[in-house]
Write a protein that binds this ligand. Sequence first.
Ligand code: SAH
Length: 219
Amino acid sequence: MFEREREELVERLSRWGYLTKPEIVKAFKKVPRHEFVPPNVRDYSYADQPLPIGHGQTISAPSMIAIMMESLDLAPMQRVLEIGAGSGYNAALIAEVVGKEGEIVTIERIAELAEFAEENLKRTGYGWVKVTVGDGTCGYKKGAPWDRILVTACAPELPKPLVEQLKVGGKLGAPVGQHYMFQTWVVAEKRGEKELKIQERGGCSFVPLIGKCGWKEEG
Ligand code: SAH
């Protein structure tokens, strides 16, 4: 199901310049996005738009996910931490690139979504990705240091624990900025214990990263 739609999406994202790296193109061709979204929006799985996944959260548009994935130089055997499991789709794409010799832990703040992500990952053959419930702004110390850290919700600044838990030589990608507007996709490369090279890669719009080193919970 949806094979042709998925092929066409990959073709469009390649033509528009979002997808360039063969290993990322391969992952987008393989991972069934429609298995990661709720039934009511399934028909829009291969449109280039964000989709609601419940609990006020969204799965990013494929072009945005392509920008994130391409900016991190993902490679086989890497150990990757994702903050914001959501649907599990992004984690599945990462899994395709790093392979089973790699390791992926994805943290989700909302327990129901963590369960949703876990079910989706298991059903599609990525059951080896570890989904855990918690505040991802504190990172995941047990598995540190990480080769790559990908943050899929927006914080006012790069959470310090994540920078600390990054391997020297490792890369962290995160949206940084205000709620919904004026956000920038930032790639930080850890050049030394205290040296961070920061690159800004253009505007974006993500749901807020809520936690100890992110936004405070409302109410
Ligand atoms: N990567 C996801 C997109 C998820 S949207 C996917 O592929 O579907 C961002 C997610 O980050 C939301 O599910 C939200 O609940 C979660 N989130 C927000 N703050 C968080 C935090 N401090 N720790 C972990 N997850 C968080």
